[in-house]
Design a protein around this ligand. Structure first.
Ligand code: ADP
Length: 447
């Protein structure tokens, strides 16, 4: 309002000044009244031209986005420039804030372990984080605006996207990939879609393993139970002689033992998986451990094999005595079961050059073909199922060994040649070993 007043005042002054000067000049030319009118008109025109020039400068500055300094000016035009500049600055500040917030929001989505992909109304990629880019094989920058189905052509996914029923997630394996993805689609905005993806390969693998495990356990339990049921029926329905009765009872006992062994191994595995890592301050004497394993092996072998223990340098291992005995015991039991009568079994301890220690169980038995070696420690993996079962195997022995060894921070080395024999070595890290010190009551082996 002040600006407008001063502007009006300036116009009045200009007109008056023009009229005065015009009147003076007009009087000199003997036309004072006309001179006044012309002078007033010139004064008004000068003000109009000055205003037009200032207005144009300001308009040019506004059109330029207000980036350059605001044109200097006083009065009305100066105030307009100043106020427009203030508005532009606060707009820029608000924009910067919004940009920062958007950036933070996108960074948070980027940090998500899952894939997030935004699709436009025509299924074109609007934005995706790097996890989604990896899942769908797209480039977040280059492929922006591309139709997703041109880049991810797996039929199951394309059908799901077009199907429009997004209440359930879809699990599928992208063409040519080993992964399994789970994709959940949600609609938002005007025909836009939010695609959330998750790599469920590991989960699917575990599910498959669990299903296999349950199927295997059921199968292993069903066989002896079927046999037992048959015998029970025989005993109930047929008159048996004393000899027959004894034979049937012996067979029933064998099947019961088989089930008991299986359950014991299953419980051992479950305990290993569910319990904390073995202690690092309980010391187990290697000599006593191997002697016990040999005694168990001899009991099973019944003098059919020669079992030799060698401990050149006494040592102690930090860990669980019962677990270690179970691991070495399983290896010795296997050596006995897979070595023909008259064979030799060696149980040997040695320190390796790198400081780690090794308990090796070698036999002169049937050996194992190379292709089986990587799968030996899988649960229920057997090379010769009938031989394993005949000799009382459950198919879980080496899984137990692997678990125990891993829990002690070690590894299992297997070398074998069919017809010549096998060597299973439990390798334990140097950190869990120590040379034997004089036994004192405080350092007696853990129970
Ligand atoms: P099992 O109860 O069947 O012995 P394991 O897990 O202990 O189960 O062993 C898996 C398979 O590895 C066995 O079925 C057997 O074929 C093979 N195996 C294990 N130890 C030996 C060995 N010392 N000599 C030959 N084959 C072996």
């Amino acid at each position: 309002m002040d600006g407008l007043l001063s502007r009006a005042l300036a116009a009045v002054l200009a007109v008056l000044a023009g009229a005065t000067i015009g009147h003076a000049v007009g009087s000199w030319l003997e036309g004072g009244a006309i001179g006044s009118i012309v002078g007033a008109a010139v004064g008004a025109a000068v003000i109009a031209v000055v205003d037009a020039l200032r207005g144009r400068r300001l308009l040019a500055w506004v059109r330029g986005g207000g980036v350059s300094p605001v044109p200097a000016g006083v009065g009305l035009w100066g105030e307009i420039g100043y106020r427009v500049q203030g508005q532009l600055r606060s707009r820029d500040r608000a924009l910067d804030d919004e940009r920062l917030r958007l950036q933070q929001f996108l960074s948070a989505i980027e940090a998500s372990p899952n894939g997030v992909l935004l699709l436009g109304a025509d299924e074109q990629i609007e934005w995706c984080n790097s996890v989604a880019a990896d899942h769908f094989g797209v480039d977040p920058q280059r492929d922006r605006g591309q139709r997703l189905t041109h880049l991810m052509r797996t039929p199951a996914f394309v059908a799901h996207l077009h199907d429009g029923r997004f209440d359930q997630p879809l699990a599928f394996s992208p063409l040519g990939g080993q992964q399994t993805l789970s994709v959940l689609i949600r609609r938002y905005g005007d025909g836009m879609k939010l695609v959330l993806s998750q790599d469920v390969t590991e989960r699917e693998r575990h599910d498959a393993m669990r299903r296999d495990f349950v199927a295997n356990v059921s199968h292993e339990m069903r066989t002896p139970l079927t046999v037992l049921a048959g015998f029970v029926e025989t005993m109930a329905s047929l008159p048996l002689t004393e000899v027959e009765r004894r034979r049937v009872l012996t067979l029933m006992e064998q099947q019961t033992t088989r089930m008991q062994t299986l359950l014991t191994d299953l419980l051992t595995l479950a305990t290993l998986e569910g319990s904390p890592r073995p202690p690092t301050d309980r010391w187990v004497a290697v000599t006593a451990l191997l002697a016990q394993a040999r005694a168990d092996g001899e009991a099973l072998s019944g003098e059919r094999h020669r079992i030799v223990v060698s401990v050149p340098e006494a040592a102690e291992v930090a860990g669980s005595q019962s677990e270690l005995l179970s691991a070495v015991g399983n290896l010795v039991t296997n050596a006995v079961r897979y070595t023909p009568d008259g064979g030799r079994i060696d149980i040997a301890w040695r320190r390796r050059a790198d400081g780690s220690g090794e308990i090796a169980v070698s036999d002169t038995g049937v050996g194992i073909a190379r292709e089986h070696l990587p799968r030996l420690t899988e649960r229920f993996y057997r090379i010769d199922g009938s031989r394993s079962r005949e000799t009382g195997g459950t198919g879980l022995g080496l899984s137990i060994v692997k678990h125990v060894v891993q829990r002690h921070g070690g590894s299992l080395d297997v070398a074998s040649e069919p017809g010549k024999g096998s060597r299973f070595a439990i390798v334990l890290p140097a950190a869990r070993l120590r040379a034997v010190v004089e036994a004192s009551p405080a350092e007696a082996p853990a129970p």
